[in-house]
Ligand binder design. Structure first.
Ligand code: ADP
Ligand code: MG
Length: 343
């Protein structure tokens, strides 16, 4: 038995196993890159549930011709320079793995033009060593990434793809979550050449609720209880529905990154239990803004979870913040009910 270094493509395909589970995970990585690039407009085109094509266009800062090759290489990132940066992450990406991983399991082309560059260039990687070819192309300021034939060269993965409809519904759900993370960005989503979602930028905080209503249901605009609590360093804002409202949208964010974090969910559940006993959780959209040094996002390759340095404190803060808003409104509702009963 001899020890050998894996060819680049194979190493990237192995890494892809961690982050590229299905078309929606590709979309997540690419849209997060667009947001990190400062895009204010993101257009997502999907064909056949993402099996055939995933195309993301943005008007962000672009990638210069000299850096196209690097952008497709593994462990290449513009977002992290030192350990200190790793402990103070403000971008969505930082692992420098997504483009290398995705391009190892698809036919990926990257076209880009930074505003300061005269012309646009396009890159794609091929072969065992993933040598990058670069050629001139036409493209406005910003970046387009096209991912064709996902998993064409990894049949074991391709087998796990579900129907077009199912894969697209995962993408749609993901884009809803992202749309609620950045009200100031316009996002459009189309499937098989039909526009399916159009989220227009709502830069004013007062307009945010209209996007929440668009994504999570009108009931948020009609009955949502607005929460805002804490101080810079640890804040909670968002909306919760009163007890009994039927809506299953439960979205949580930490520093504008969507999360499915156990500690956060536990705190929310406990708040509702303490208020109303065993009840089904009503819908909520909750944002936690915390000093990035107080949280480790490098816990999970897909970054669904975080680790809070002071977990107990964060848990109790969330619990109290929700109880403060929901309890008074619940008491009002109870009083109204009693009054109408005694009439
Ligand atoms: P990461 O996001 O962890 O840095 P990626 O593999 O996702 O790693 O991207 C590699 C690099 O390519 C990024 O650090 C960034 O510099 C550049 N990049 C990727 N997508 C875009 C984009 N849409 N606009 C501008 N730059 C991008
Ligand atoms: Mg990235």
């Amino acid at each position: 038995m001899s020890i050998e270094i894996l060819p680049a493509r194979l190493a990237n395909q192995i890494a892809a196993g961690e982050v590229v589970e299905r078309p929606a995970s590709v979309v997540k990585e690419l849209v997060e890159n667009s947001l990190d690039a400062g895009a204010t407009r993101i257009q997502i085109d999907i064909e056949r549930g993402g099996h055939k094509l995933i195309r993301i266009r943005d008007n962000g800062m672009g990638i210069s011709k000299d850096e196209l090759t690097l952008a497709l290489s593994r462990h290449a990132t513009s977002k992290l320079k030192s350990l200190d940066d790793l402990e103070n992450i403000c971008s969505l990406g930082f692992r420098g793995e997504a483009l290398a991983s995705i391009s190892s399991v698809s036919r990926l082309t990257l076209s880009s033009k930074p505003a300061a560059q005269d012309a646009a260039w396009q890159a794609f990687a091929e072969g065992r060593d993933m040598a990058v070819q670069v050629k001139p192309t036409a493209h406005p300021d910003g970046t387009t990434i096209e991912v064709k034939d996902l998993f064409f060269n990894t049949p074991a993965r391709r087998k796990f793809l579900r129907t077009e409809k199912t894969e697209f519904s995962h993408i749609d759900e993901l884009i809803k979550r992202i749309a609620l993370s950045r009200f100031d960005v316009s996002i459009s989503l189309s499937h098989n050449d039909k526009v399916v979602r159009q989220y227009r930028a709502k830069p004013d905080p007062e307009q945010a609720i209209s996007r929440v209503a668009q994504v999570a249901g009108k009931v948020f605009a009609e009955q949502g209880l607005h929460i805002e609590s804490g101080e810079p360093g640890l804040m909670l804002r968002g909306w919760v529905l009163p007890i009994g409202a039927t809506n299953s949208c439960q979205y949580t964010y930490v520093n504008n990154r969507m999360m499915r974090d156990k500690l956060i969910l536990h705190a929310i559940r406990q708040a509702f239990e303490e208020i109303a006993g065993q009840h089904e959780l009503p819908g909520f959209v909750i944002y936690i803004d915390i000093d990035p040094r107080q949280v480790d996002v490098n816990v999970h390759p897909a970054k669904h979870e975080v680790r809070f340095h002071q977990g107990r404190l964060v848990h109790d803060f969330i619990l109290q913040a929700i109880k403060q808003v929901v309890v008074p409104s619940q008491q009002n509702a109870d009083t109204v009910a009693e009054q109408s009963y005694s009439l």
